[in-house]
Every structure is written in structure tokens, then in C-alpha cells.
Design a protein around this ligand. Structure first.
Ligand SMILES: Cc1ncc(COP(=O)(O)O)c(C=O)c1O
Length: 392
């Protein structure tokens, strides 16, 4: 069976160019990048090249503004805990953090942990389209606010937040601004200087790089506390011998993403629009969720009324189609989506949800086959539902 992969927001395949970039550091170039001999210098050079490529993708001025981590989750933890701790040491009254209800758990959980440690955390509500409204941030921000952390683009419904405006409001009150750009960096043009971002999290495996690698951009001159202590690698920001093959691959993935960005956005957004139009016209009682305009090119998120999203995923998988109900990470927790709840969705709207996330590899033929299967599966599941007469 020819399988169709429509879950690129969960992870992506490693590009051939990325694999080729990594191989020398898995074979002959194995030195510790902190060693001063030839082998160490060679791997250190790979780190510096990757740092430059990552910095270039997000418009960072200096490569040293990039700290490599084990992924987006660690980058988020470092940004939030590292900033909170540093700011409170400097000024104990600064113990307030603002985030939103629709963040990834990699942001929500460190914030909750800080709450347990005595920090005050405000979770901002969102609109029905998943947008954090600047006026809501303005009302919540205080002179004690140390950090505002709002994601760049939502991993479930793809909504892109007005980060430039949100960063401006944070700075007006003397707070720092962090954004979790794991779903955005490499897919849309991001310029940290133009946007006024102080800290930005990224992840390699969302952009055809290897898993277990990510980075935190820390604006030049900004100090935060490390959360992993040891030998002082990554300018003391993240101790531990660097994952050289992974980092080299991540750097290459960033270079490729930058070179292909316009082509990616044009191709993927037109395929997504084709998908959405086809679903909405061919499957009754279906609805697109999230923003129509401020949205990632790759994302289509639907509710199919009268259907259970998990059943839908299983049925699609049986036909060789991989999609998702939302965040791959929260599936393990078996909880209804906190994002859709925050968007004000009813239980029925949440359970009937399906996330499709596309990539350059997907084709119109795959979309056609998927919509045919989807229409059939939705019809079948509705016929088994106790509410079948409602959706006949
Ligand atoms: C918005 C967002 N933040 C953080 C993460 C975590 O990134 P990683 O898998 O690299 O730890 C993800 C992963 O899905 C994500 O979508």
C-alpha cells in the first residue's frame, strides 16, 4: 500500500542533503569539539558553521546568539526558567510571567513548575481563531512582569500570533519577550530584529533535520541562567558535549529551509487551499478551524461533526493515511485538546477534530485520494453514531 504522510507538524523526514552533512561527524570526524587538537577543531568548525546557518534563518545578528539544545522542549524550558530565575535574582519583585492557554506543553509545564516555586503566572485567553489579542496582553501586564512567552504559530490549528505587536507591548512595560517558534522557524520568514524578539525556540525535526536537536536564540547582551550545569559548553548556557552530527544536520536543514522558503510557502499553501476547498465542498457538516488569514501554509484543521477524531485517525491509518487529532505529544495524555478548549469549542467540536499538516512532498493526487477516503470514512462513522439522523 502506498502510504500518505500528512503529519509534518509532528515530524518530518530527514532530507538527503542533511544526512550527507551529518555522515562525516558520525564516521571520521568524531572529535570532542572542546578538544584543542585537530579532531576537536574539525568538529568545532562544524558547530560554528551550523550556528551561523541557524542564525541566518531567523535574522540573528551574531551566531553566538544561538545556543544549541536537545530540541524545542529544552529551548522552551531554558528560555522560561532561565529568564525567570535570572530576573528574580536581579530584582526579586519581578516574579510575574505571562503566557497563553494555547501554548505547547513545553511552555505550559515549565510555567506551572514556576508557579509551584512561588512565581505568579497569567495564562491569556484567545479568540475563537486562537489569536492572542494585544489588548488582552496590555491589560495583564504589570511592572512585576519579567517575561511574556507567546508562541509564534500554534501546533494544532496553525494560527500565527501577532508577535511583533505583542513583543512591543512587553517591552513597553520592561518585560522580556520569548516566542516558541518550533512550528514557524523554517516555514515562514522570521526576523528576530525586525520583530523585537529577545528569546526564540526552534526545533530541527520539524524542518527535515534530525530529532533531538534544537536551539534557543538569546539576544546579544541578554543574560539568563542555565538550567543544565556542567562543563560550560555553549558559552556556559548549556553544558554537555554537543551533539555534533545532529547540530551539523540542523544547520544544513536551516540553510535548505531558507533557500526554499518562497517555493515552500507557494506550493504548500496552494495545496492546502485545494485540500480545504475540496473537504468543505464534498463532506457535509465539516468546518475549518483557526484563522483563514493568519495561518501556517501547511496547516488545515477541521471539525467533522458527529464523528470521533480518534476513530477517524485509526480508519485513515488503515487506508494508509497518516494524520493527527492535534499535538502528537498530548495524545499520550489522552486529554481533550487544551487548545480547542481555550478557543471555546464544545465537546462535540473538540472530539470531531482532525489536523492535516502538509509538506513539499505531498501532491494533488494524494490530496484527492485522502479526501475520497475521508468522505467515505466520515459517512461510515456517522452511520454508526447514535446521532446519525442529525448528519444524514
Ligand atoms: C509548538 C511546539 N513547541 C515545542 C515542541 C517540542 O519540540 P521538540 O519535539 O523538539 O522537543 C513542539 C513539538 O511538537 C511544538 O509543536
Amino acid at each position: 500500500m502506498e502510504r500518505i504522510y500528512l503529519d509534518s507538524a509532528a515530524s518530518t523526514p530527514v532530507a538527503d542533503e542533511v544526512i550527507n552533512e551529518m555522515i562525516p561527524y558520525l564516521k571520521q570526524q568524531f572529535g570532542n569539539p572542546s578538544s584543542i587538537h585537530y579532531f576537536g577543531r574539525e568538529t568545532n568548525r562544524a558547530l560554528q558553521l551550523a550556528r551561523k546557518r541557524v542564525a541566518d534563518l531567523i535574522g540573528a545578528t551574531k551566531p553566538l546568539e544561538i545556543t544549541f539544545t536537545s530540541g524545542g522542549t529544552e529551548a522552551d524550558n531554558l528560555a522560561i526558567k532561565g529568564t525567570a530565575e535570572y530576573v528574580r535574582i536581579k530584582d526579586p519583585s519581578k516574579n510575574h510571567i505571562i503566557t497563553s492557554y494555547v501554548e505547547h506543553d513545553a511552555v505550559l509545564e515549565p510555567c506551572r513548575d514556576l508557579e509551584r516555586l512561588g512565581y505568579k503566572v497569567t495564562f491569556l485567553p484567545v479568540t475563537k481563531e486562537c489569536l492572542v489579542e494585544p489588548k488582552v496582553l496590555k491589560e495583564a501586564i504589570m511592572s512585576t512582569t519579567a517575561l511574556v512567552s507567546i508562541m509564534y504559530a500554534n501546533n494544532e490549528v496553525g494560527t500565527i500570533q501577532p508577535v511583533k505587536e505583542l513583543a512591543r507591548i512587553a517591552h513597553e512595560s520592561g518585560a522580556l519577550f520569548h516566542t516558541d517558534a518550533v512550528q514557524a522557524a523554517g516555514k515562514i520568514s522570521v526576523d528576530v530584529n525586525d520583530l523585537g524578539i529577545d528569546l526564540l525556540s526552534m526545533s530541527s525535526h520539524k524542518i527535515n533535520g534530525p530529532k533531538g536537536v534544537g536551539a534557543l536564540y538569546i539576544r546579544n547582551g541578554l543574560e539568563i541562567m542555565p538550567i543544565i550545569h556542567g562543563g560550560g559548553q555553549e558559552s556556559t548556557m548549556r553544558s554537555g558535549t554537543e551533539n555534533v552530527p545532529g547540530i551539523a544536520g540542523f544547520g544544513k536543514a536551516c540553510e535548505l529551509a531558507k533557500a526554499r522558503m518562497t517555493e515552500y510557502e507557494n506550493y504548500v499553501s496552494s495545496l492546502r487551499d485545494y485540500f480545504v476547498d475540496k473537504v468543505l465542498s464534498e463532506i457535509p457538516y465539516s468546518r475549518l478551524n483557526g484563522s483563514r488569514t493568519s495561518r501556517l501554509a501547511s496547516n488545515a484543521h477541521f471539525t467533522f461533526f458527529g464523528v470521533n477524531g480518534e476513530d477517524l485517525i485509526i480508519k485513515l491509518d488503515e487506508s494508509g493515511i497518516a494524520a493527527s487529532t492535534g499535538s502528537a505529544c498530548s495524545v499520550k495524555k489522552q486529554k481533550p485538546s487544551h487548545v480547542l478548549k481555550a478557543m471555546g469549542f464544545s465537546y462535540e467540536e473538540i472530539t470531531g477534530s482532525l489536523r492535516i499538516s502538509l509538506s513539499m512532498k505531498n501532491t494533488k493526487e494524494e490530496v484527492d485520494r485522502t479526501v475520497n477516503v475521508l468522505a467515505e470514512v466520515v459517512r461510515e462513522l456517522r452511520s454508526l453514531s447514535p446521532f446519525k439522523s442529525k448528519y444524514a
